[in-house]
Design a protein around this ligand. Structure first.
Ligand code: HDD
Length: 680
């Protein structure tokens, strides 16, 4: 794909001042001494021992020895991208937050997508919750919305976070399995911490195997407060809605992709942006008035609960366009220090006990992982001025002038000066609090099953099938029969039918418990009715010499006009010739490509296909068919559909004399559908 110039971005341009171009420069040490020989250590004689005196070797190796910083204790595998955010209309009635006032102002953002459990090098398509962490570089300071692609969380109090993570990470005695929840300790945690039940339903759904970063929703998870200039407060939940809709992989596909392309997600967004494309989300908020805090049958401070969108509608208030790749993954993505405690005037915390613990943990981890002065690094510094009396510490970069680093002072007229709230100084919302010091879960946090059942009720038939299969796979990997049984009993409290299906598959007893009586559903939770469009989908085109060039050219042109991305695949990475001697450049061979990498297949075929080509084309089709994807065959390749017995299958289109003129349109319609889950 063609590389396009980088999109303007105020933050990225600030970072650029620190970037360095080494092309065509002279090689030097870090002290600037030019190096004459960078391939031989200094030795005593041609075959002699190396000399300690070799400052060039010592500098190069000792720097290399320290290249890694500790990976994040969770969300280690991640990928960052720049973009801009714009509010559609002033949100002045709800908040004084500066970046939510003016529709003409673009606020630069940096978004780091991540996977919770995997190490830094884990495959990207594993079943896992995905992090969705946005840093807004506003004129009033950085606001970080550090969320996930799932609206609820495993636990209610952050004191249990280390326990949760110890249970989900590879087991400590053998460090198995990598980036997977399908093991004993994780399910033992779930079985013994029933507050995880709602989250358990979400993680067994296809939400944890997203098709791409671009087709994930993002959620702030916690309830936050918005505060307006008059000091009025509203409770709010944040949502990111992807323009392309919410789409996932299927399980078989996600497992195989882990081997075929462990970088599947980052490659998708990097290529899109590199070729000038944009990934777009809208920001939505759910709002509850302060007086309505206790109007719901759940506690709005409980992070294991969502606010059903049908009860509290999501108001769309703005748009984020991600459109610029980083220059250097370590300097930007690895060193970015996100923190839910980074807020700006107009936004405030609630007493959600999960959020409250996060406010401590993130500064602490960044101090350890990146360093005391991590906030000075180009990616972390705000775009607005910042001044205070904090000084020194390892790797201090800023050179503060003068002799004053304290308050109160008279030498500098008591500056840097405090700013009153009326002029933008941060003021905590003066909430009244009272109570005894106590370690206890609020009784209003006690119901762990109603929303889990709400989620189950809201699923389509294929989503329910996928959830049952996911449970059967995960629990099938659990060695302790006792843990399997405990989890099945827990599932039974959500749905007896689901528990029975799983129990039968994994060889334990059915759940003998009363299931939740909730009959309500929330259609917004299902992915079945999500937006479907062809934009930026990838079609693999299988072709061989002697192909129908006239028809093919017409289809390919129309697909490209619809912003469909094409990958031409043949036996060799050499151009193929059509019936009319037109050449078609080939991007990949059967060897370098894989049927797993495309959203659909167009099987063009050719004349007198050899056995190898026929076999490869069939294996590509089989795999795509199994993953419910649209497949179209031109006349020359129709025999493949016939021999595989899939002619007439859902989403399978074969060119005939009758449908020739509408062929491309029909293919585009199937393509928009993306998957045909009713296909047998
Ligand atoms: Fe966390 C990283 C999201 C609960 C402690 N968390 C981290 C990241 C995301 C989240 C997206 C990666 C940020 C990045 O890309 O650099 N975490 C969440 C969400 C939670 C949540 C949505 C619940 C609603 N986290 C949570 C709790 C604690 C932590 C309760 C501890 C009390 N999280 C951390 C951390 C990490 C982190 C240890 C590891 C690396 C980092 O912070 O920068 O501090």
């Amino acid at each position: 794909m063609e590389r396009k110039p980088k999109k303007p971005n105020r933050k990225a341009e600030q970072v650029e001042q620190f970037s360095r171009n080494n092309y065509n420069q002279k090689l030097t040490t870090n002290q600037g001494t030019k190096i004459a020989n960078d391939e031989n250590t200094l030795k005593a004689g041609e075959r002699g021992p190396s000399l300690l005196e070799d400052f060039i070797m010592r500098e190069k190796l000792s720097h290399f020895d320290r290249e890694r910083i500790p990976e994040r204790v969770v969300h280690a595998r991640g990928y960052g991208v720049y973009g801009n955010f714009k509010v559609y209309q002033s949100q002045e009635a709800l908040t004084k937050a500066d970046f939510l006032q003016n529709p003409n102002v673009e606020t630069p953002v940096f978004l780091r997508f991540s996977e919770v459990a995997g190490s830094k090098g884990a495959a990207e398509t594993v079943r896992d919750v995905r992090g969705f962490a946005v840093k807004f570089y506003t004129e009033e300071g950085n606001f970080d919305l550090v969320g996930n692609n799932i609206p609820v969380f495993f636990i209610q109090d952050g004191l249990k976070f280390p326990d949760l993570i110890h249970a989900v990470k590879p087991e400590p005695n053998n460090e198995i399995p990598q980036a997977a929840t399908a093991h004993d300790t994780f399910w033992d945690f779930i079985a013994n911490n029933p507050e995880s039940t709602h989250m358990m339903m979400w993680i067994m759904s296809d939400r944890t195997i997203p098709k791409s970063f671009r087709t994930m929703e993002g959620f702030g998870v916690h309830t936050f407060k918005l505060v307006n200039a008059r000091g009025n407060v509203h409770f709010v939940k944040f949502h990111w809605k992807p323009r392309l809709g919410v789409h996932s992989l299927v399980w078989d596909e996600s497992q195989k992709l882990g081997g075929i392309d462990p970088d599947f997600h980052r490659r998708d967004i990097w290529e899109l942006i590199d070729s000038g494309g944009e990934a777009v989300w809208e920001l939505g908020i759910q709002v509850i008035e302060e007086k309505d805090e206790f109007m719901f049958d759940f506690d709005i401070l409980d992070a294991t609960k969502l606010w059903p969108e049908e009860d509290v509608p999501v108001r769309i208030i703005g748009e984020m366009r991600l459109n610029r790749n980083v220059e250097n993954v370590f300097a930007e993505t690895e060193q970015v220090a996100l923190h839910p405690g980074n807020i700006v005037p107009g936004i405030d915390f609630t007493n959600d006990p999960l959020l409250q613990t996060r406010l401590f943990s993130y500064t602490d981890t960044q101090m350890y992982r990146v360093g005391t002065n991590h906030q000075e690094l180009p990616i972390n510094a705000p775009i607005c001025p910042f001044h205070n009396n904090q000084r020194d510490g390892a790797m201090r970069y800023i050179v503060d002038q003068g002799n004053v680093a304290y308050k109160k002072n008279s030498i500098w007229n008591n500056t840097p000066k405090e700013v009153p709230p009326s002029q933008g100084g941060f003021e905590t919302y003066p909430e009244t609090v009272s109570g005894k010091k106590i370690r206890k879960t609020a009784p209003s946090f006690a119901d762990h099953y109603s929303q889990a059942r709400l989620f189950w009720n809201s699923m389509s038939h294929w989503e329910k099938d996928h959830i049952a299969n996911a449970f059967s796979f995960e629990l099938g990997k659990v060695k302790s029969k006792d843990v399997r049984q405990q989890v099945v009993t827990q599932i039974g409290k959500v749905s007896n039918a689901l528990a029975s299906a799983v129990a039968e598959q994994i060889g334990v007893n059915k759940a003998n418990v009363k299931e939740s009586s909730v009959t309500k559903s929330s259609p917004a939770l299902s992915m079945a009715k999500t937006k479907k469009m062809v934009e930026t989908l990838k079609v693999g085109v299988l072709v061989a010499d002697g192909f129908d060039d006239a028809m093919t050219k017409d289809i390919l042109t129309r697909l490209q006009q619809a912003d469909v991305r094409l990958v031409i695949i043949s036996e060799k990475q050499q151009a193929v010739k059509g019936k009319n001697m037109n050449r078609l450049e080939v991007n990949d061979s059967f060897l370098t490509a894989s049927p797993l990498l495309y959203d659909a297949l167009l099987v063009v075929g050719g004349e007198n296909l050899d056995e190898y080509t026929k076999a490869e084309m069939k294996s590509y089709v089989r795999e795509q068919y199994m993953h419910y994807k649209p497949i179209a065959f031109l006349k020359q390749a129709a025999f493949i559909a016939k021999e595989l017995g899939i002619e007439g299958g859902l989403g399978v289109l074969v060119e005939t004399r009758e449908n020739k003129s509408q062929f491309t349109q029909e293919f585009l319609t199937n393509l928009a559908q993306q998957r045909f889950f009713s296909r047998k």
